[in-house]
Write a protein that binds this ligand. Structure first.
Ligand code: AMP
Length: 476
């Protein structure tokens, strides 16, 4: 198949073409070049596409084209049944996909909408009752709406499983199966995934009919636009190492701006954010215990530059689209090597350059090996010179900030200590050790979990840490 060089060669409806022109898309990305003709031809597609490749338009544009003949301006909800259903693992991704689809369909009469959990269900119900032809949803909330009979899937023609690997990781398989059993058998099915585990292949076999495989990069490959660096740091030196990097490894040796810092557990997320703030670095966090509103607020502040560092867990960060994010730092090496690919895919998007740094201790060797194996590369082990002033200190009176002669910009003298704070009165302990309540990698966040379940999920040692942190613990 010859690959079209611009969007006009797909013969998309002029209204769709106008919308993508308005969004500034000129040249289709490789995944779009390959996927769009196949989806337009009505074939099932399995797309191996890493984050930031433009996969949303890869399925979104042809999907709109296919249902466009039935678009109408009738006010009757019955004339706007769900014809295209996109399932996404997280609220953020669902929101992002919906935003894109809304733009692509903005010049057509198609109704486009999204439903996800964590927010009031009523406005979503009202929206569904008005009729939505293109519906993006997280599985759990969609099932809630189905149970309430707010929506029917009996007229679905195209179904998309976006970030299917993540949906499986998050335990959504039963929900997905229930949903897919409610849609007609002869639908066109599309599945997109950044990684291809045996489970994903099994899912594809189950739900796709003779799918065409569309691959734009080597399996589990990371984008060439991302420079990857690995720093070996001593056991207790990760926080000072991070502070050093944040302050002095930006452009021209200055502070880094717009840095996404990944951690493995919610508790590390809150704790690290506080430590950075105490070091005079504007930081915010997003993790599974924050409400949707809190997450969006943190994200907006980050995008607007109010905070220069956003500390995030994998699940919470999924689906974030921050244009041209220059830096990603893995404060924790991810427990699952696939997450490394997802994490660093937040930078170097759509051709822009990005820097991904990983801080690793000797204890992380096994995890680093797994990342190297998956991404087919060998990291050069770099070391980092940590200035004494970058070390956060625990007892009152000493400074957190840098102290280099005339440079006092970050100097911070802690206010008189108000109360004993266990976070700062004990040395930093790496995640994964016993005093971190044995935070289990895959259970660090689960779909539809809540903080109230914390101690019960983690047993006695979890209770111990909770009570240690209780009261004096402010949200990051
Ligand atoms: P996605 O991988 O779908 O999340 O897309 C990543 C980013 O690339 C989004 O901000 C899209 O709006 C943008 N994008 C997608 N396709 C194109 C294109 N052909 N030209 C320029 N930007 C694009």
């Amino acid at each position: 198949m010859t690959e079209p060089q611009d969007f006009s060669s797909f013969n998309l409806d002029p209204r769709i073409q106008e919308a993508i022109r308005a969004m500034g898309y000129v040249t289709p990305t490789p995944i779009q070049q390959k996927a769009i003709p196949l989806v337009l031809a009505g074939l099932d597609v399995m797309g191996a596409a890493q984050t930031g490749t433009g996969k949303t338009a890869g399925y979104g544009l042809p999907l709109l084209q296919r249902i466009l003949p039935k678009a109408n301006t009738s006010a009757s909800p019955a004339r706007h049944p769900v014809r295209a259903l996109i399932l996404a693992p997280t609220r953020e991704l669902a929101d992002q996909v919906n935003e894109n689809l809304t733009e692509y369909a903005s010049r057509t009469p198609l109704h486009v909408g999204v439903v996800f959990g964590g927010v009031d269900i009523k406005p979503q119900t009202a929206m569904l009752r008005r009729g939505v032809e293109v519906l993006t949803a997280t599985p759990g909330r969609l099932l809630d709406h189905i149970e309430q009979r707010a929506v029917s899937l009996s007229q679905v023609e195209v179904v998309v499983l976006d970030e299917a690997d993540r949906m499986l990781d998050m335990g959504f398989l039963p929900d997905i199966s229930r949903i897919l059993n409610l849609i007609p058998k002869n639908v066109q099915s599309l599945m997109f995934s950044a990684t291809f585990s045996p489970e994903i292949k099994k899912l594809a076999k189950q739900f796709l009919k003779d799918p065409k495989l569309v691959e734009v990069a080597r399996q589990n490959a990371t984008a060439d636009t991302i420079t990857q660096e690995l720093y070996e740091v001593g056991g207790g030196s990760k926080v000072p190492a991070l502070i050093e990097v944040l302050r002095n490894h930006g452009e021209d040796g200055g502070p880094m701006r717009q840095v996404l810092v990944f951690v493995n557990a919610k508790m590390t997320c809150r704790r690290l954010t506080r430590m950075l703030e105490h070091a005079g670095i504007a930081a915010d966090s997003i993790h599974g215990d924050k409400t949707q509103d809190e997450r969006l607020k943190a994200l907006e502040g980050f995008k607007a530059g109010t905070s220069s560092v956003l500390v995030a867990t994998d699940v919470a960060a999924r689906g974030l689209d921050i244009a041209e994010l220059p830096y990603v730092i893995n404060f924790d090496v991810p427990f699952a090597a696939e997450d490394y690919v997802h994490r660093i895919g937040r930078t170097g998007r759509a051709g822009s350059k990005g820097l991904a740094m990983t801080l690793a201790t000797k204890d992380d060797d096994r995890l680093v090996d797994a990342v190297e194996k998956l991404t087919k590369q060998k990291f050069e082990r770099r070391t980092l010179e940590v200035r004494p002033s970058d070390r956060p200190v625990s007892r009152g009176g000493r400074r957190y900030g840098r102290d280099r002669g005339e440079t006092k910009a970050y100097t911070y003298t802690p206010p008189k200590r108000q109360a004993e704070d266990p976070l700062f009165d004990h040395p930093y302990v790496e995640s994964g050790s016993a005093s971190w309540a044995g935070s289990s990698p895959k259970k660090a966040e689960a779909p539809r979990s809540s903080l109230s379940g914390f101690s019960s999920r983690r047993g006695e040692s979890g209770k111990h840490v909770c009570s240690l942190l209780g009261g004096g613990f402010r949200r990051g």
